[in-house]
Design a binder for this molecule. Sequence first.
Ligand SMILES: Nc1nc2c(ncn2[C@@H]2O[C@H](COP(=O)(O)OP(=O)(O)OP(=O)(O)O)[C@@H](O)[C@H]2O)c(=O)[nH]1
Ligand SMILES: [Mg+2]
Length: 320
Amino acid sequence: MGTPASDQTPDKRPGFFARLKQRLNRGEGLGLRSLNWISGRGLDAELEEELSDRLLLADVGVDTTTRIIDGLRARDARDSDELQNALRAELLAILEPRAVPLDISADHRPFIILMVGVNGSGKTTTIGKLAHRFKNEGRSVMLAAGDTYRAAATEQLQAWGQRNDVPVISQAPGADPAAVVYDALEAAQARQTDIVLADTAGRLQNQEGLMRELEKVVRVAGRLDETSPHEKMLVLDASLGQNAMVQAEQFDAAIGLTGITMTKLDGGGRGGILLAIADKLDVPFRFIGMGEQADDMAPFDAHRFVDALLDFNAEDSQKE
Ligand SMILES: Nc1nc2c(ncn2[C@@H]2O[C@H](COP(=O)(O)OP(=O)(O)OP(=O)(O)O)[C@@H](O)[C@H]2O)c(=O)[nH]1
Ligand SMILES: [Mg+2]
């Protein structure tokens, strides 16, 4: 699969997925490199158990681990090469259907992207990164400061707005977030802006009142254009492991997610949580983030992600 041109970092650092591979495998990654892949050996009971343990440790979760092992058994690999290929195929079968890029359709202008997630997951930073990306693509962008709760949330968004030279629509602290988003939509329509990125306050998935507030933001965003928000993007901290799964399920149940961005893949998580979520929820991964800078993000690419996860050959992680 080709790499979109926008993936390339302008500096001398290794490419995004090469860095991801280094990050995920700096600790143990999926921990498969050290598995005893004895040549001529298929999937025997011992290897099956070891492999299950590694997958579970990497946040893949019981259900998905079981499914992967069952799938491997069915593929009946006779030696380590076949087994590694079979594993690659199993992981791709789970992730590939979820690698659906965010399509900023020209039919919707402004195209509204609502960012949701728990406190500190990386919503505001991801907005900054997306604004940077969209500007580079030549689109006009506006930010909506829908986090009216946290002190300094608006200032944080304004800093990203300044850095990317895009306007930020905000109101006084404590204002109704739905009203801020509505204001921004009106302004974006008037100015013919291509994309509105709407920030929201962090909230736990079990805070019922706050989840209802999010439903209201969604409803109000649909007043000017009933298809809006065009993207309801959950931002998930990949280092939270299985906890991220609960968040994904509950945010999806509350507002019907259309996309997920995984952040903090540099944060010590092993990346297996993406497999667990992809296996359980029919919501595509749009982007993955790995750092705090504007270009520390890339569209999700299932092949390259699986490649980074598996890292069977140490020498592979040096190239790319
Ligand atoms: N290492 C790392 N840090 C990140 C990443 N994304 C965001 N951060 C940092 O995580 C912290 C929280 O990020 P924010 O973007 O403020 O998160 P938020 O979801 O907007 O947080 P609230 O508004 O408080 O709910 C900040 O210090 C970010 O710089 C990432 O991919 N990797
Ligand atoms: Mg924020």
